[in-house]
Design a binder for this molecule. Structure first.
Ligand SMILES: *Cc1c(COP(=O)(O)O)cnc(C)c1O
Length: 371
């Protein structure tokens, strides 16, 4: 890098230049090049992607929409928001959509975070919460869990100060896979003041063994924002769409902060078809639930510690996570090391198809000297 490349850096916002960029799972193509395998031979279980794929009906709708991309998308995402409102039993004005729920997380920060503002989340939370907080020069506070793995809602409530504006609660959690139940959530909500927005990020709720209802707080007029994504159970991660169910005031703020055409016309068509294909959705969920059992059975047989999962991934204690990651990578299986979360002894494995899970367990068993 030449001197001229660096010369602008002192003029950049320091709170941006100091950010640690989000680290995604290792891409298949890159791995294929590095280890000299064909991309088709590589199994990627690193980004909690849907191993089944999108609904064929959604694919058809997206193909048809592709022929009309000369026209701007509907900036209001009218059809999707109408459908979401009906599904969740709320009004159209209670909805907002974004280019993935990631964008909605960023828009929440744009609406509420500034210097002096505090944002709370549990330890080992999705790193994006911290990134968007710091992007707006706010203060991110990570609150320790109960028994290492469970979001401590009592501690989160106790950590709220007059400066707190956002509390992110991932339920079920990522990268841990644990979950808090309805009774704890209800008790927590009695302690939250009006000056705080509680964000329930429910990216993985479709896979949970337990059901919780947080939309009821929105209906009751509480300052709650429920985030759902179509990236996981619906298998639309690459096309980018997420939804917020929230109060009309918060939805309006999100709509003001976004760019005019944030959700493209291809995914707008795709998601409408996907929402109708409940058969495909249920199939995807059942593949994940039986895949989870494959891993839990293997780990139990090997005497490997793992966190019982409510999600489409599983966190396992393997010694050195980064070494196990590298060894599995050499065999064409991409997993997710957890160093970035301060969980050096762990590896996160996204649940794949039955075949992919078998291959992963064969490779992992060899690497760990268990099979
Ligand atoms: C995957 C995930 C999301 C969804 O991200 P998209 O931007 O909708 O793809 C949101 N929150 C958490 C915790 C996740 O793991």
């Amino acid at each position: 890098m030449g001197a001229t490349d660096m010369s602008i850096l002192p003029y950049a916002n320091q709170y941006v230049s100091e950010l640690v960029a989000y680290k995604p799972g290792k891409p298949i193509e890159e791995t294929a090049r590095e280890i000299g395998m064909a991309p088709e031979q590589i199994v990627k279980l690193a980004s909690n992607e849907n191993p089944v794929g999108p609904s064929p009906k959604a694919v058809k709708a997206m193909q048809e929409a592709a022929a009309r991309v000369n026209i701007y998308p509907d900036g209001a995402s009218f059809a999707i928001r109408t459908k979401l409102a009906a599904q969740f039993g709320v009004g159209f004005e209670n909805t907002a959509v974004g280019s993935g729920s990631s964008e909605l997380i960023e828009l929440l920060a744009h609406a509420f975070v500034k210097p002096g503002v505090e944002v709370l989340a549990a330890d080992y939370s999705f790193t994006l919460y911290e990134i968007v907080t710091k992007l707006l020069n706010g203060r991110y506070i990570s609150v320790p869990n109960k028994n290492t793995w469970t979001t401590d809602l009592e501690a989160l409530a106790a950590a709220i100060t007059p400066a707190t504006r956002l509390v992110f609660i991932t339920n079920p959690t990522n990268p841990v896979g644990s979950m808090v139940g309805q009774a704890e959530i209800d008790a927590f909500m009695t302690k939250v003041p009006e000056s705080v927005v509680v964000v329930f990020d429910e990216a993985y709720l479709d896979f949970a063994e337990e059901k919780v209802d947080t939309v009821k707080f929105v209906k009751a007029g509480r300052n709650v924002c429920v985030l759902r994504t179509f990236s996981k159970a619906y298998g639309l991660a690459g096309a980018r769409i997420g939804a917020a169910i929230t109060t009309p005031v918060i939805a309006d703020l999100l709509n003001k902060a976004r760019s005019p055409f944030n959700v493209n016309s291809i995914i707008q068509a795709g998601v409408l078809a996907a929402m109708d294909d409940t058969e495909h959705l249920n199939h995807c969920i059942s593949v994940i639930k039986s895949g989870r059992k494959q891993y839990e059975a293997a780990f139990a047989a090997w005497g490997i510690e793992y966190v019982p999962s409510h999600t489409n991934f599983i966190l396992a204690k393997v010694g050195s996570g980064s070494e196990v990651f590298r060894a599995c990578l050499q065999q064409g299986v991409i997993l997710r090391p957890m160093d970035g979360y301060g969980l050096k002894e762990y590896i996160r494995i996204s649940i794949g198809t039955e075949e992919e899970n078998k291959r992963c367990l064969e490779v992992l068993g060899k690497v760990l000297g268990k099979a």
